[in-house]
Design a protein around this ligand. Structure first.
Ligand code: FES
Ligand code: FES
Length: 917
């Protein structure tokens, strides 16, 4: 049942009680009067038609780049016959009750029924209101373009009808959603509704907010996981200009300052000795050994069967969203207000309220869009920290984790160990056993014990229990090793490793039986839908085509969330230590694909996740500390690691939507691993491979004048203040993003005198009397730069956080090289954690055709002589696929670099010591 809320404008509401992924559309409904007078909309999805002719739905979900706001806008536009631009989907703040959870790839499937039903009822009431106004039978009226239209040509906007529609009781026309055959919006590839904001730098994330009085805040953290402050001498830090407060928190020591530059400098001036964390004696090798020992044993295999057995190790993996964790908190004596991106804001609100000693009803949580998540924002550690610092400092704060904080102290996909045994006889698999041991988080330090399997089993059945393959008797069990390591669900959760390992074994069984991997899967997969996606990729990807030595194809499938997917990958492993996936073909059956363009983007992202986690990116623990600290050593794929050729095939379906956001990871990872194995003749087993003085009161500041986006600006700032913080904290120019602060991620990319720079490593003093261009200065008024337009045309962005930097890098490239080759595009270093590389390539090529060839008005061609970040970092110094480099490294800036590659004279990946940040 859909309710009409008592309001002066048309406001309808659908219950949203679903806590689990529901692939079958509408939620259960309650039968009673359809007019609600109270604020029970907490549990509802609420649609309001405003007098300004906007259709507004406050979404109790988080936009992390997955495109849920666009998908919901499409559902609403479809049923209302409204223009997409007239539909607005702001994110709802934390509610008092109901379901406000974003996860499990459930958003679109759980909203598909309620959103369409809401809009269908609203349409019926608007038509009825128009019929009454015009004295025309309602059945003769139609709706189009956010208007009701009469046969004689009269028309009225929804906004002009909303007040009278609010008083319509029983509508005079059907209020049922359209049949699929009538869909005109759902199912049509549609650009994101927030794309223009993203490509112009206007999309706002938590770090971009200007909340009155909220001061930049960073935290000094211990070298080891779970370490604690032993002694603190903060006198030097407190005496530094711009420092507002120094506060001890559970995870370390927080510094509140006027800008992030001042906060980082004062953080580094703190003299802290640390009590080592509980894992200080533990390193990767021992964790792997413990996991191996914790894998539950198998029973006896069927008599007379042959065995294909394998063991697999997967490293810890960081979520590493491009937008580091950031939260604004304003905690007062009797109330608190917070702004951050959260996948579970109600839980966050409750636990923050309890930590700061306020009733939950006094804590308000505003939910902001996220610059990626991949499961990371199910936890709210930064927001909790921000609230505690705000309370202790007695002022609002904008707390940001540095990239190193995020990678070294953030949550991670747990390392795990798999043992799989396939028993075959008579040319078929008769039994399949898969046991796993995974790292579980404990709060009480290192536990030597291994959890009993019966306890760990609560984690759920093994994926092989889903019966994807007809493999006879299926068995398996879970074990775990408890460690004080922050663990968090990572895109595709346990399937990311379990199903990847199984798909590798399926290939090895096929080989043992002398069968082709695709043909073997075809005959053993149980489901028609999954066979169909396999057939699709085999045909579209020309499975079996001849390839030169060192190159090969690999294939894998996966089924979850009421959906299924297949992936075919081609790899060039001529240099086995530096392979490149050259082609990916994916096919997915997700039921109704509300926005095929968004779905394709999600599949692209999962393909890059597969490439990254199998070939490149993992975390390693060395004496209780995470070794990696940025994208330089947590080696998430870049443009040059994404295949030049990507195809997504979306299977036609009339089923209600299933889940899609996480679906592709295991298939992509499995296909990449299988391709690598076939190309090299190897058996990959370990992954991845390879007091409050103000600035002016304390110290007279030098001032710098430069031209920013065509306007001369003058700022007072220390000479060494990175341009990034001058732009963001002093000039409120927030298009350039912070993603690492050390010139590695390129999220801040802007131009200096027309040449590309990373403002996070360029001191403001170097910009005096020069010309700085950020994303905000690229467009000519409302006329987008050709590169921005190409980005819109190709619907490039997902979460959008990296995109200002990507666009500025692309503009710089096209200025240097108007017709760039694939190799030129590969040289772009900017990280996109959502994996939009395919569309970036397409957009650059499209823009290269239109690019004026002349310098853009504001972008002069003089190249800066500044050093580029790539001169300082060499992330590929350890390109070995399954190598384990074992360097020592600096834990914090200012510490000594202990290992330098003498031959190349470069800092090793992962060191940050000595960098000008
Ligand atoms: S913030 Fe990463 S390169 Fe500037
Ligand atoms: S990091 Fe999200 S779009 Fe690139």
């Amino acid at each position: 049942m859909i309710y009409t809320l008592a309001a002066s404008t048309l406001t309808v509401a659908a219950p949203l009680g679903c806590d689990t992924p529901a692939a079958e559309g509408a939620e259960s409904v309650r039968a009673r009067s359809d007019v609600l007078v109270t604020g029970a909309d907490d549990e509802m999805l609420v649609l309001e038609v405003t007098e300004a002719n906007k259709v507004v739905v406050r979404l109790p979900r988080l936009e992390v780049g997955q495109g849920v706001t666009t998908a919901v806008a499409m559902m609403i536009a479809e049923e209302l016959d409204a223009r997409l631009v007239d539909v607005s989907i702001p994110l709802a703040e934390a509610r008092r009750k109901g379901n406000q959870y974003t996860g499990g790839s459930s958003s679109v499937s759980s909203l598909y029924g309620p959103a369409r039903e809401l809009a269908a009822l609203a349409r019926a009431k608007l038509v009825t209101a128009a019929a009454r106004r015009w004295h025309i039978p309602a059945r003769f009226l139609r709706t189009e373009g956010t208007r009701v239209i009469a046969p004689d040509g009269r028309s009225a906007t929804f906004g002009s009808l909303t007040a009278s529609a609010a008083r319509v009781g029983r509508p005079a026309v059907s209020s049922k959603p359209k049949p699929v055959s009538k869909h005109r919006v759902i199912g049509r590839p549609t650009p994101r509704i927030d794309a223009r904001d993203i490509v112009t730098g206007r999309a706002q994330y938590a770090g971009d907010l200007a909340v009155a009085g909220a001061k930049p805040t960073v935290v000094a953290r211990p070298p080891t996981l779970g370490g604690r402050v032993r002694t603190l001498d903060d006198r030097a830090a407190r005496a530094m200009p711009g420092v507002r407060a120094v506060v001890k928190v559970a995870g370390g020591v927080a510094v509140v300052a006027d800008t992030f530059h001042h906060a980082f400098k004062a953080r580094d001036a703190l003299k802290i000795t640390w009590v080592p964390g509980p894992l200080a004696a533990l390193s990767d090798a021992e964790i792997r050994a413990r996991l191996q020992a914790a894998v539950p044993r198998f029973g006896t295999p069927p008599r007379g069967s042959a065995q294909t057995e394998a063991k697999f190790e997967f490293a810890f993996v960081s979520h590493a969203p491009m937008e580091v964790l950031t939260a604004v908190a304003d905690v007062r004596a009797h109330s608190a207000e917070l702004w951050f991106a959260s996948q579970s804001p109600m839980d966050a609100r409750d636990s923050i309220a309890s930590a700061i000693g306020l009733p939950a009803s006094k804590v308000r949580v505003h939910v902001l869009r996220a610059g990626g998540s991949f499961g990371r924002r199910l936890n709210h550690d930064a927001a909790l920290e921000a609230a505690l610092v705000s309370k202790a400092a007695g002022r609002p704060v904008k707390l940001m984790w540095s990239r190193a904080d995020d990678i070294r102290h953030g949550r991670m996909r747990p390392a795990d160990h798999h043992r799989i045994r396939a028993s075959h006889a008579g040319g078929r698999v008769v039994a399949f056993a898969h046991s796993v041991a995974t790292v579980s988080e404990t709060n009480d330090g290192l536990s030597a014990g291994v959890r009993p399997a019966a306890f760990a089993r609560a984690a759920g059945p093994l994926p092989s229990h889903s019966g994807l393959y007809n493999f006879g008797s299926i068995s398996g069990d879970w074990g775990s090793v408890d460690l004080a390591v922050p663990i968090g669900p990572w895109r595709s959760v346990s399937s990311g490793t379990s199903r990847t390992a199984e798909e590798i074994v399926v290939d090895e069984v096929a080989r043992a039986l002398g069968k082709d991997p695709v043909a073997f899967r075809r005959t053993t997969l149980r489901g028609k839908a999954v066979r169909a996606v396999l057939d699709k990729v085999a045909a579209a990807g020309e499975w079996g085509r001849a390839l030169p030595a060192g190159q090969a194809q690999g294939v894998a499938v996966h089924e979850e969330y009421g959906s299924c997917v297949a992936c075919l990958a081609e790899i060039d492993a001529t240099d086995p230590k530096n392979p490149r996936v050259t082609k990916v073909v994916m096919a997915a059956d997700v039921g109704t694909a509300v926005n095929p363009s968004g779905l394709e983007a999600q599949l692209m992202g999962t393909a890059v996740d597969g490439i990254s986690t199998v070939l490149r990116a993992g975390l390693h623990i060395d004496r209780g500390a995470v070794r990696e600290s940025s994208y330089a050593d947590f080696r998430y794929a870049r443009q040059r690691h994404a295949p030049l050729h990507f195809e997504a095939h979306i299977m036609p379906s009339r089923r209600a939507p299933g889940g899609a956001g996480e679906l592709g990871v295991p298939a992509a990872a499995g296909a990449v691993a299988n391709a690598y194995a076939r190309a090299t003749g190897s058996r990959p087993r370990r992954f991845p491979s390879t007091s409050e003085p103000s600035i002016s009161e304390k110290v007279p500041m030098p001032s710098y004048s430069f031209v920013l986006n065509g306007e001369r600006v003058t700022v007072e700032a220390p000479a060494d203040m990175p341009l990034l913080w001058v732009l963001r904290d002093l000039l409120n120019v927030t298009g350039p993003k912070y993603g690492c602060g050390v010139g590695v991620c390129r999220a801040c990319t802007s131009h200096l005198d027309g040449g590309e720079i990373q403002p996070c490593v360029v001191p403001v003093a170097d910009c005096a009397d020069r010309e700085v261009t950020t994303i905000e200065g690229l467009a000519d008024g409302n006329r987008l730069h050709p590169v921005q337009q190409a980005w819109l045309d190709c619907d490039v962005a997902q979460c959008g956080f990296c995109q200002p930097g990507q666009i500025m890098a692309a503009v710089a490239l096209l200025k240097r090289t108007p017709r760039p080759s694939d190799a030129d595009i590969d040289a772009i270093e900017n990280v996109c954690r959502c994996g939009t590389y395919f569309r970036i390539r397409e957009a650059i090529k499209k823009a290269s055709v239109k690019f004026p060839g002349q310098a853009h008005d504001r972008i002069r061609s003089r190249s800066p002589t500044l050093p580029s970040a790539s001169q300082r970092f060499a992330e590929d110094l350890h390109p070995g696929l399954f190598d384990r480099p074992a360097p020592s490294w600096a834990r914090r800036r200012g510490e000594t670099v202990e290992l330098v590659d003498e031959a190349q004279g470069l800092l090793l990946a992962g060191t940050v010591a000595g960098l000008p940040v």
